[in-house]
Design a binder for this molecule. Structure first.
Ligand code: SF4
Length: 377
């Protein structure tokens, strides 16, 4: 994704981001690393504890609000362009974990973006949105402490988009996103509306937006425009800056493709699986996943495996092993050559299929609720 001089992140193509690039991103775009103190403060958050979330902006504001028992928001969303998969699950669980820690959840169904990016008409996106929302409800999002909207039906996000647009030039958007269609630029400005919505709806409050690192351009744009917009308002309407919080963010590392390709991509069906595909197909893809194992049993026992390179270990660590101790034990056994890839894959297949079967039952029960929330009964 990067040339030698400039690191360029494209939110619409899920750029392949190498490990070395994460450090450069932190450096070049002013992202803060999660230090030990922050990790300890947010220990309950699985992805922070496990270092999947590696960076943030203004997470300290959330900690302060928690300590002072003040309201705070966690905001993110989904582009309804297909069924849930491991990538969308990461963001969904991040929101849920923050919600469990006391934040009110704000969840955008980005149907304007799915039109602009994928050409999916709003009507077609409706059924996908119901499906996606039922997934996140089944994963544990509490709808009673959440605000959920479709971009195309939410006047607030359009209103914010128009208001901040007067501060934007084509050059600015070009510098952040590269040359894109005007529709994608517009979708980026609509996302500013999404990110600022919690404070428009429920008043000033610290907001955290959990995203993959590829979405940072949206965060930077929103923070820049919000800063300038409120600065202007302060002059015009004598509104003090303290009455508004710049939205913060957490950044997680993106999962590479299951088969060892750079990224999970629809163009490469073996690189990922969705929650809706057949159990046989899911099993086949997991069995075909790249491991960090050696050529044969003897070498594995002698040299040990490389779990840090292994997709089986990664998907267990992100999603399918809740117990930190089991995870640590498996890592150690792998490194010592005491765990073989065949048996570990078998365990992984069993855990994933068990999860999917259970999840589908819970999801089924949430379809009507999802329709009701989206006013699509
Ligand atoms: S033993 Fe498990 S963690 Fe280690 S390389 Fe093989 S599949 Fe991966």
């Amino acid at each position: 994704m990067a040339d030698d001089d400039k690191l360029f992140v494209d939110p619409w193509s899920s750029s392949n981001i190498l490990d070395s690039d994460y450090l450069r991103l932190i450096d070049e775009f002013g992202i803060e690393t999660i230090n030990d103190i922050t990790r300890e403060r947010f220990r309950k958050h699985k992805f922070i504890r496990r270092k999947v979330i590696f960076g943030h902006r203004d997470l300290a504001m959330i900690h302060k609000a928690m300590e002072m028992d003040k309201p705070w928001a966690v905001m993110s969303g989904i582009k309804p362009s297909g069924p849930f998969h491991l990538g969308t699950m990461t963001t969904a669980l991040e929101i849920i974990e923050f919600q469990k820690m006391g934040g009110k959840a704000y969840y955008a169904i980005a149907d304007i973006e799915s039109w602009e990016d994928n050409g999916i008409p709003y009507e077609d996106a409706e059924e996908i949105a119901i499906d996606n929302l039922a997934d996140i409800l089944a994963l544990g999002l509490d709808p009673d402490n959440a605000y959920i909207w479709r971009q195309s039906k939410e006047p607030i996000v359009k209103d914010v988009c128009f208001k901040v647009s007067r501060l934007v030039t084509q050059n600015m958007l070009n510098a952040i996103y590269g040359e894109k269609t005007f529709g994608l630029y517009l979708a980026a400005l609509i996302q500013c509306g999404d990110i600022l919505l919690p404070q428009v709806v429920d008043g000033p409050q610290p907001t955290i937006v959990p995203v993959g690192i590829d979405q940072d351009p949206h965060i930077r744009l929103t923070r820049d425009l919000a800063r300038r917009y409120y600065k202007e308002k302060k002059i015009d309407e004598k509104i003090v800056q303290e009455e508004f919080f710049l939205p913060g963010a957490t950044y997680h590392k993106l999962l590479p493709g299951l088969d060892g390709s750079d990224k999970m991509s629809k163009r490469n069906p073996n690189s990922y699986f969705t929650f809706n595909e057949s159990l046989e197909s899911i099993e086949k893809k997991i069995r075909g996943a790249l491991t960090g194992g050696r050529k044969n049993r003897k070498m594995q026992e002698e040299l040990g495996g490389e779990p840090q390179k292994c997709m089986i270990y990664k998907i267990l660590m992100y999603h399918f092993e809740e117990d930190d101790e089991v995870l640590a034990q498996e890592f150690e056994q792998c490194v010592k050559g005491e765990l073989l890839c065949g048996e570990h894959k078998q365990t992984c297949v069993e855990r994933v299929l068990k999860f999917i079967k259970h999840h589908r039952k819970k999801k089924e029960k949430n379809i009507d609720k999802a329709r009701e929330i989206l006013n699509l009964e």
